[in-house]
Write a protein that binds this ligand. Structure first.
Ligand SMILES: [Zn+2]
Length: 50
């Protein structure tokens, strides 16, 4: 009878500073075209250019 300690692995993803861009497909309100760009996670952009 032995007790095995439960190891809980916690991934600290917030410490990573890698650029986590993802492909976002949205419709530009200026060009009225559907474009796919690499953007940071967040609200959907409305313009194809900055
Ligand atoms: Zn545009």
């Amino acid at each position: 009878m032995h007790d095995e300690p439960e190891l809980q692995v916690r991934e600290e993803k917030q410490h990573t500073r890698a650029v986590n861009t993802r492909e976002v497909t949205f419709t530009c309100t200026v060009c009225e075209q559907t474009v796919t760009q690499h953007r940071f996670p967040g609200p959907v952009p409305q313009y194809c250019s900055n």
